[in-house]
Design a protein around this ligand. Structure first.
Ligand SMILES: Nc1ncnc2c1ncn2[C@@H]1O[C@H](COP(=O)(O)OP(=O)(O)OP(=O)(O)O)[C@@H](O)[C@H]1O
Length: 513
């Protein structure tokens, strides 16, 4: 109407001025205000345009009739977009806003250092004038954070390593590959109570930005995963990464020479990531802070220490110049806060070998014991590998037999899944073989324990705290050594050898036998 009025009433020389006037007039009295978010801001890509596109794509996929589809590099899913002149209504904190996607032909290629696209694309945001001050800033922040979340969910998670050819000196210490580990908390075999505790802890960490801000704590969390090999420590890390949608940085300590290299590596990690140091007891000689009452190293330990030492330059402590205190600073000190929303995970098969400084309360927020397969964990494995659900489990005779022996058999989920994987097409055979295996292990352990009792090692009660487990592990290793000698003695006697002297020299405990 205004256009035709303009053409019929005003002479050509006044039309431009009149159109400007009408525009101003219209905006003055309109109850709305408009914001243009163009794809290219000057010559740079406008981050906000991309964020809006991603944000609106979640609504567009449901409500739009004509949509544009795209797939970004490394993305795992498609992005829906509004086509030219497409519009959508959004609601934020009870306030309605309107979005329109405008695509026009670019008039002329103005001089620029890079060619601009022929189409000029942009979004127009329409908000009621009265709502402008209420929502504009917070709405745009909301869009940016949602878009980041969607981008992360859509993209392959990345697994970074510092031992894949990257270099600290050249400023690219991490190499990355797409991380596609299928482990999830659903497939992880462990006590369901413990599992949900860990999931709750992770969720409250991920959603706790304001809590960490309020309490003045760095937004990071440390987990220590310990337990025998094959109990699912690596699977747990993968499940955590998949659960939160975080990238993983697998830090190989033997590749790090100095504390300052470690700091550089830390500075090159991104937020929303998990930094993992696997087998921390083997990675580096972390016992350079003397541990009171610590026994001398075994030959294997000495060898590990030598290997770790040979990779690093000598420091004042006679070991490497990457020290335990450097590592603790890495997780705890000021430098650990040079990013946010980060999780540190240390894993070890031998918690008793770790320096107490690493175990002290407050250092690692949660100690997670990955133990041998319990009956609850077995149920998960049976469901995953042979498709036995809760109903079938209760009726199955083999499973009932397993329940009796599983705790004492002390088999790892890895051992059990090996047996199940081998026979996954023959359910009955798988169950039969597993039961036999468990019974065999159970009898072996029983023999071990009765042997242990004979040499005076009686386990008094089950313990669960980290200190108790450390003690228990040391005791168990001692017990196993004693029982080995007993078996040796038994064999000697059976074979008619008189090698008492040799055996009694090894340990006084055999005197009890
Ligand atoms: N708790 C578990 N739940 C499901 N699968 C498991 C579990 N533990 C082990 N497995 C199976 O055993 C394999 C080895 O487990 P994983 O590497 O996670 O153990 P680990 O404790 O990290 O061992 P290591 O200490 O030797 O690195 C995995 O591929 C997985 O299939």
């Amino acid at each position: 109407f205004c256009q035709s009025l303009l053409h019929s009433v005003f002479p050509p020389e006044l039309r431009f001025a009149a159109s400007k006037f009408f525009n101003k007039f219209f905006l003055w009295f309109s109850p709305y205000c408009y914001y243009d978010i163009t794809e290219i801001d000057g010559v740079n890509t406008n981050e906000l345009y991309n964020a809006v596109q991603l944000y609106l794509s979640t609504y567009a996929s449901v409500t739009g009739n004509r949509l544009s589809l795209s797939k970004a590099l490394n993305a795992t899913s498609l992005t829906f977009g509004l086509s030219s002149s497409g519009s959508i209504i959004d609601n934020f904190n009870g306030i309605t806003v309107w979005w329109e996607h405008i695509v026009t032909q670019r008039q002329s290629q103005s001089f620029s250092w890079r060619p601009l696209p022929e189409e000029k694309r942009g979004f127009t945001l329409k908000i009621k004038k009265k709502d402008k001050s209420l929502i504009l800033d917070s709405y745009l922040d909301h869009i940016l954070s949602k878009a980041n979340e969607i981008r992360r969910k859509n993209q392959d998670r990345l697994l970074y390593t510092n031992s894949g050819g990257g270099s600290v000196d050249r400023g690219h210490p991490w190499e990355s590959v797409a991380f596609k580990h299928p482990s999830t908390f659903e497939t992880l075999a462990m006590d369901p109570v413990k599992k949900s505790e860990i999931m709750d802890d992770l969720l409250s960490f991920a959603e706790g930005e304001s809590f960490y801000q309020q309490t003045g704590r760095a937004w990071k969390r440390g987990y220590l995963l310990y337990g025998p090999p094959g109990t699912g420590k690596s699977s747990m890390i993968a499940a955590m990464a998949n659960f939160l949608g975080y990238d993983i940085y697998d830090l190989e300590l033997t590749e790090v020479n100095t504390n300052s290299d470690l700091r550089t590596l830390l500075m090159k990690t991104t937020s929303k990531s998990i930094i993992v140091i696997e087998d921390i007891d083997c990675s580096i000689n972390l016992t350079n802070r003397s541990k009171p009452g610590r026994k001398s190293q075994t030959p294997l330990e000495t060898e590990i220490t030598k290997v770790a030492g040979s990779n690093s330059s000598a420091g004042p402590d006679g070991g490497s110049s990457m020290t335990l205190s450097g590592l603790l600073n890495f997780t705890d000190g000021l430098w650990s806060c040079c990013g946010s929303e980060r999780i540190f995970i240390f894993t070890t098969n031998h918690i008793e070998k770790l320096d107490p400084a690493l175990l002290r309360s407050g250092r690692m927020d949660m100690h997670i014991h990955m133990s041998f397969c319990s009956f609850e964990a077995l149920k998960v494995l049976l469901k995953n590998y042979v498709g036995l659900d809760e109903k079938d489990l209760l009726k199955n005779e083999f499973v009932k037999g397993m329940e009796q022996v599983i705790d004492d058999a002390e088999m790892t989920p890895a051992d059990i899944s090996e047996i199940l994987i081998k026979n996954r097409r023959k359910k009955e055979k798988a169950l039969k073989e597993l039961l036999e295996s468990l019974e065999r292990q159970h009898n072996k352990k029983k023999k071990l324990i009765s042997g242990g009792e004979a040499v005076g090692f009686v386990k008094e009660e089950k313990s669960s705290s980290t200190e108790d487990v450390v003690e228990e592990e040391e005791e168990k290793r001692e017990l196993e050594k004693q029982v080995e000698y007993c078996e040796e003695l038994e064999n000697c006697t059976k074979e008619g050898h008189e090698s008492e002297v040799e055996v009694t020299q090894k340990t006084g405990a055999t005197e009890g036998i």
